[in-house]
Structure formats: structure tokens, C-alpha cells
Design a protein around this ligand. Structure first.
Ligand code: NAG
Ligand code: NAG
Ligand code: NAG
Ligand code: NAG
Ligand code: NAG
Ligand code: NAG
Length: 351
């Protein structure tokens, strides 16, 4: 389906180049998906995405599917990208730069996100105008003995979280009692002797020390310490603690903006079902603060039809006439014969 659409658009572009000069007002450029330019824009999108979402895990760029640069006279160029992301094991509050975060492997029910981004290249630099994402897990239901995700309200999973946090609270070197901030994931695995449960959850420091037996209230986010715990048993819990929310990402040398998080609970009265699937965290489905409508299907299509390429050589590069493409270079799907050279999509960085 998607391939069909790509070819149609390309067809229009090629026709456009034949009729060059008719409508020279909108230029379109299709740089290779693995070009440094595409990479630069995609990484800006990645950082924005991770600074934007306030729950769950950081996402890392896996593949650039498409990139298109649209230029109009007297306006900033806009970049339209289709990007694939993979979930890492770093919580969004973890200040570790995403480039250093391990990618969650497929066997642990990796979460993938397909996102469309529109960025604008103004004199101030690149900025995200709008994006939308579709988040999915790869279910491996057929695999006996593989870890399976459980819904966030699973009684045994919740008991594991409660007991392991209790244990950690009595026994941590920070002399602090932590409260549950959100559940990252819960799962079980059938091993000899029955199901074995595991859980990942984020915690936040409270005003109680380990000894206090008082009402404990979470600290203000801006000053609280946070952590991410991995529990595989009520006395088998490992929590990585990180400092207050404000963090500097050395890779991009920008202060990562971390927003108020308490609305992002995965349970309780503040639970927001639109951002949480039953078993994993979803990304923002549509972010378009200035209502550009740039990501709606209709406007994209109508934009394509009026497009006439600014620089025809670039369009020509996209077309590999009749010559069968060398298989070794092809990272694209083998489902259909391809007319386009393997300039897009780009290489998969992970899997
Ligand atoms: C953005 O525009 C500037 C100046 O017009 C240009 O030098 C730069 O390469 C553009 N950025 C990207 C990522 O293409
Ligand atoms: C968990 O939530 C689902 C959907 O809301 C519901 O059908 C199910 O009964 C709940 N399970 C428990 C143990 O609360
Ligand atoms: C704290 O942990 C140590 C070993 O890690 C263990 O021996 C001890 O029983 C724990 N204390 C409590 C109160 O759980
Ligand atoms: C923590 O804050 C709550 C609410 O302000 C208060 O009731 C409680 O006594 C405090 N606990 C400690 C140990 O200070
Ligand atoms: C948390 O701290 C910030 C900055 O110090 C402050 O602006 C905000 O009002 C505080 N929030 C609460 C609930 O105390
Ligand atoms: C990082 O940002 C600071 C403050 O904006 C700036 O002074 C410094 O030169 C930047 N460092 C690099 C390597 O870009």
C-alpha cells in the first residue's frame, strides 16, 4: 500500500519535472535517506520526541523511511520525514543520552513507533512544527516460554511492584522512601515451576527517610530524585536512581526540558488512557500546536500534486530505469519489484 503511494507520488514528481517551468513556485528536494542532512534533521526530531513525552521510555531512531524538503518562496524550507523509532530501556527521566541507551530487544516485546514529522529550517535553526506517531508492539504470542507483557492492572504484577518497592524502601543507600511514579511494563514468563513475574517501574523520592513511618508525599518534580526499578521478585529488585529532572544532554548540548510528570500516572485517578496502551506506553499520537494541518492525509496529497521539482537532477537520481537494482544494496522490502534506487528508506540502525 505504502509503496504504491510512494510510486504514485514519484510518478507525479517525474511528470512534474517533464513539465518543468509550469509551476516553479514550490520546490521539492528528495535527498538520500542516509545523507548527513537527513540524519541531522532526524536527530532533531528524535530529541524533540524524547523531550516531549513525559512517561515511559526514550526512543531512538532506527530508520529514515522518507525525507522530502519543500521550499516555497519567502518561506522557510520544511522537512517532511517518515521515521521509525525503537524503544530503549532508558526511562524518559534518565539523563543518559539516548545514543547510549540500550535498545529493547525483540524478545522482550520491543515497542516500535512510526512517526511523521514536519520541521522548519528557519534562521534560528531547525524546529519541529508538528508530528504524529503510531506506536506498536511486536507480539510474539507463538513463542512458548518467551516473556509476555501483562496489562498494567494485573494483580500479580502489581503485587510484585508493591512488595519489591517496599523492600527497596527499607533497604536503599539513599535513606529515602520512594513512591511509585509509573509502571513501565509488567510481564511474566513460564519457567519450570510456574509463571515468573517481572516488572519495570519508575519511582520518585518522597519527604520520608527509610525509617519514617509517616504519610509520605512525593517531592516536587523539579527537586525530587527519581529512579527506574527492575524487579524479578519481591526481594530481587534493582533500582537505578537519577537526579532531579533538569538534565543536560551532552550530545546535543541543550537543556532537556522535562515537563510536569504527575499527570502521567499509569493508574489511579490521573490515569490517562489516551497515552497508555493496556500494556505499554504510547507516544503522542498527534502534536500540532499551531494547527498547521500539515500532517493530515488530504493536505499532504494536495501539496504533492501542485509540486514541481526545483532541481530536476535530484528527481532523476530517484529513478533507476529498468536496471534491476543490485540486491546487496537493498535494505528495502522485497515484497514488490522496485523502480526506485535504494536511496530511501535508509539503513536500519538496529533491527
Ligand atoms: C538550514 O538552512 C541553512 C541556511 O539556509 C542551511 O545552511 C542549512 O544547511 C539548513 N539545514 C539543513 C539541515 O539542511
Ligand atoms: C484490567 O482492565 C481490563 C480493561 O479495563 C479489565 O477488563 C480487567 O477486568 C482488569 N483486570 C483486573 C484484574 O482488574
Ligand atoms: C537489606 O539487604 C541486605 C543484603 O542486600 C539483606 O541481607 C537484608 O536482609 C536487607 N534488609 C531488609 C530490611 O530487607
Ligand atoms: C510529608 O509531607 C506530608 C504532607 O505535607 C506530611 O503530612 C508528612 O508528615 C511529611 N512526612 C515527613 C516524614 O516529614
Ligand atoms: C516546584 O518547584 C518549582 C520550581 O522551584 C515551582 O515553581 C513550583 O511551584 C513547585 N511546585 C510545587 C507543587 O510546589
Ligand atoms: C554548549 O552550550 C553553552 C551554553 O549555551 C555554550 O557556551 C557552549 O559553547 C556550548 N558548547 C558546545 C560544545 O557547543
Amino acid at each position: 500500500m505504502q509503496l504504491c503511494a510512494t510510486l504514485t507520488v514519484l510518478g507525479l514528481l517525474v511528470m512534474g519535472s517533464w513539465e518543468q517551468g509550469l509551476m516553479p513556485t514550490i520546490g521539492i528536494d528528495l535527498p538520500p535517506c542516509d545523507s548527513p542532512e537527513a540524519e541531522e534533521v532526524a536527530l532533531v526530531a528524535q530529541d524533540f520526541l524524547n523531550a516531549q513525552h513525559t512517561h515511559g521510555y526514550k526512543y531512538v531512531l532506527n530508520q529514515i523511511d522518507k525525507i522530502k524538503i519543500v521550499s516555497r518562496p519567502l518561506q522557510a524550507d520544511t522537512y517532511h520525514l517518515e521515521l521509525d523509532f525503537l524503544e530503549t530501556t532508558c526511562h524518559v527521566l534518565d539523563p543518559t543520552p539516548v545514543a547510549l541507551c540500550p535498545v529493547r530487544q525483540k524478545i522482550y516485546t520491543a515497542v516500535e513507533a512510526d512517526c511523521d514529522f514536519v520541521l522548519s529550517n528557519t534562521t534560528q535553526g531547525l524546529s519541529v512544527v508538528a508530528f504524529k506517531c503510531k506506536t506498536e508492539t511486536e507480539f510474539e504470542d507463538e513463542c512458548l516460554g518467551c516473556p509476555q507483557l501483562l496489562p498494567f492492572n494485573d494483580t500479580d504484577g502489581l503485587a510484585l511492584i508493591e512488595n519489591s518497592l517496599d523492600y527497596f524502601n527499607k533497604n536503599n543507600t539513599h535513606n529515602t522512601k520512594f513512591a511509585l511514579l509509573e509502571i513501565g511494563r509488567m510481564g511474566s514468563q513460564i519457567v519450570s515451576g510456574g509463571p515468573k513475574y517481572f516488572a519495570e517501574y519508575a519511582i520518585i523520592g518522597t519527604n520520608c527517610t527509610s525509617q519514617d513511618d509517616d504519610t509520605c508525599t512525593p517531592q516536587n518534580h523539579t527537586v525530587a530524585i527519581h529512579g527506574l526499578c527492575l524487579a524479578a521478585g519481591s526481594t530481587n529488585v534493582d533500582c537505578k536512581i537519577f537526579g532531579p529532572a533538569q538534565a543536560v544532554d551532552p550530545a546535543s548540548n541543550t537543556t532537556v526540558r522535562v515537563q510536569q510528570l504527575l499527570h502521567a500516572h499509569t493508574f489511579g485517578p490521573q490515569h490517562n488512557p489516551t497515552i497508555h496502551d493496556l500494556k505499554h506506553h504510547k507516544l503522542t499520537a498527534l502534536h500540532d500546536p499551531s494547527s498547521t494541518g500539515l500532517l493530515s492525509a488530504e493536505s499532504l496529497e494536495s501539496a504533492e500534486i501542485v509540486v514541481a521539482p526545483k532541481v530536476s537532477p535530484i528527481v532523476k537520481r530517484e529513478v533507476a530505469p529498468e536496471v534491476p537494482a543490485p540486491a546487496a544494496d537493498l535494505t528495502v522490502s522485497d515484497k514488490a519489484p522496485l523502480l526506485i534506487a535504494p536511496i530511501c528508506p535508509g539503513k536500519k540502525k538496529h533491527f
